[in-house]
Design a protein around this ligand. Structure first.
Ligand SMILES: [Mn+2]
Length: 554
């Protein structure tokens, strides 16, 4: 750490004041800049943040745009529809050469529902302007029964001036799955490339995808999805290596870094990366192969879950799902989901029923409400699985996603972990950041019986595991702190760390050694959470079965 003398400090303070003044002037000026200026600066520094210091009516319009789209479309409207993003790929990607004559052609399918004008058309222009003419058959826009005026005649008029762009409209709300299939049904390209409706493609994004599919027709290939900020439209890219997709046992999609075994398998940083699942918005698949695989499950509504279903199907039925590190597409991740997706649960249940075999119970244990969900008929999808001779889910877990922690879910050893002293209080883990599972305190909270953040399991090695999320965590206690925290579980084939071994079984009789101290810690936690202190002694002689409840109504 630097230590400043007095003179240096004075200089430093002067510098800070000057910098603050300059900063203020820049900020003030940028506040009053017009759209033209924003555009000109955009041309100099591609993908930079746009920060408008708005007041009054304009500020209200900006807020309204965020409210409506969960994306700052007020800012989007001020950014060029033709902007380019800075190069973010591995420099080795530039050296890849393609034989354009022999590459398959593609149709790009973009489904949308009530999308803002500028985000939709920036997507269209970026596809047209970054895709080699010889490879791009057409861009098919699918309107999933939007009701906003700008998507009616004005859109038709606008795209009538664009080569290769076609528009089809659903006659009722179909949801992403059926809307995409409607688009695909009129496509003529060899490869179908599905994109979300607020994307920006990089130069050279298309060639790697098509080249890989030519090389391996059973590959379904995703571009690297780079982040565009929903508020400033700043292109944030991706830090370091691309990430791959996974899932947790609630059947929620998760992002992960590339595991070591996959790094070893690859020969070059430009080789494709195998991924257990895909995020769903952006991928390329051979048109014939897509049909062979049974396209999408048309029983799925709106969106959510269809990406995992397709991922399982690709792998289990003999294909492979990959991310190409040389194909980059920017995507605006909205502030939160812009429209209701109440049907996502039924979609996940369909995926579980068709593809998970006995592991669907692991899912239902953690989402007990899913058991009650009406999910329709999946007979056809099961027949498809049979017809294609697909492998089982155990094979998928062992071979495609060996890093996921597979719960044991032994009878009576999973569910809510109830405190016997403080009635109706349960172990509860609710990390503030969805993406950082471990590191925080396990607390006591009123039992709700809904699984999720109150769902734990006792492993046969004596760990109390929280494996509703991925990566899973294990409850750890130590003799110094008064709290229980969630820490990373041991790696496979490693012994249980002492501070995670909370439970010992001896000669068929449950004797809880560490659990006794755990209980003491619980009562302290109870005080810290300003709940009345329990006056009932917590004994260690409990049978495990009386502690674990699958959920309230059992
Ligand atoms: Mn999106």
């Amino acid at each position: 750490m630097a230590v400043y003398g007095r003179r240096t400090r004075t200089k430093f303070l002067l510098f800070v004041c000057a910098a603050a003044l300059v900063g203020f002037l820049i900020f003030f000026r940028s506040g009053s800049e017009d759209a033209g200026k924003a555009d000109r600066r955009e041309a100099r520094v591609p993908g930079r943040a746009v920060r408008l210091n708005l007041k009054g009516e304009e500020k209200r319009k900006e807020e309204e745009s965020i409210q409506q789209h969960q994306i700052n479309t007020y800012v989007s409207d001020k950014v060029s529809l033709h902007r380019r993003l800075p190069e973010k790929w591995n420099p080795l990607c530039r050296d890849l050469k393609y034989d354009y004559q022999s590459l398959p052609t593609t149709s790009v399918v973009i489904a949308f529902y009530n999308e803002a004008w500028s985000t939709l058309l920036r997507t269209v222009h970026s596809v047209l302007e970054t895709s080699p003419d010889i490879l791009l058959k057409e861009v098919v826009l699918v309107d999933d029964y939007s009701d906003r005026a700008h998507l009616k005649e004005p859109l038709e008029n606008y795209i009538s001036g664009l080569r290769k762009v076609r528009l089809v409209r659903a006659t009722k709300r179909e949801g992403l799955v059926r809307a995409r299939l409607l688009g695909a049904s009129i496509c003529t390209g060899d490869v179908l490339t599905f994109l979300d409706c607020h994307c920006e493609c990089h130069e050279g994004w298309l060639e790697p995808l098509l080249h890989r599919i030519k090389e391996e027709p059973r590959a379904v290939v995703c571009p690297v999805i780079d982040v565009i900020d929903w508020n400033t439209f700043e292109y944030l890219g991706n830090a370091g290596e691309p990430q791959i997709g996974g899932f947790d046992w609630r059947l929620v999609f998760t992002w992960h870094s590339v595991p070591e075994y996959e790094q070893k398998r690859r020969h070059s940083p430009t080789d494709v990366i195998r991924s257990p699942t895909m995020a769903g918005g952006l991928f390329a698949v051979g048109r014939n192969y897509f049909h062979y695989l049974g396209t999408y499950d048309t029983g799925m509504e709106v969106w959510g879950g269809e990406n995992l279903e397709f991922s399982f199907r690709i792998w289990q039925c003999g294909g492979s799902l990959e991310v190409h590190p040389c194909s980059h597409v920017g995507h605006v991740f909205p502030k939160r989901a812009p429209y209701s997706r109440a049907k996502a649960l039924a979609n996940s249940v369909r995926a579980a029923e068709v593809w998970l075999d006995e592991f669907k119970e692991v899912y239902y244990h953690r989402s007990p409400h899913a058991r009650l969900e009406a999910f329709g008929d999946v007979t056809e999808r099961k027949k498809l699985r049979e017809k294609l001779g697909c492998k089982n889910f155990r094979w998928y877990l062992d071979n495609v996603y060996p890093d996921i922690q597979v719960p044991e879910d032994r009878p009576g050893m999973f569910g809510m972990l109830k405190n016997r002293g403080k009635k109706d209080y349960c172990f509860d883990y609710n990390p503030a950041d969805e993406h950082v599972v471990v590191g925080q305190r396990v607390i006591l909270y009123q039992c709700h019986g809904l699984g999720q953040n109150q769902f734990f399991e006792l492993s046969s090695d004596g760990e109390i595991r929280f494996n509703t999320r991925e990566p899973a965590g294990c409850v750890a206690g130590d003799n110094i702190s008064t709290y229980l925290t969630l820490q990373s579980c041991r790696k496979r084939n490693q012994p249980v760390p002492a501070d995670q071994n909370l439970y010992y079984e001896r000669m068929g009789v449950c004797t809880m050694v560490r659990v006794r101290s755990v209980f003491r810690q619980w009562t302290r936690q109870t005080k810290d959470h300003r709940l009345p202190p329990s006056n009932r002694a917590l004994t260690a002689s409990t049978k495990s079965g009386s502690l674990w409840r699958e959920h309230n109504n059992k």
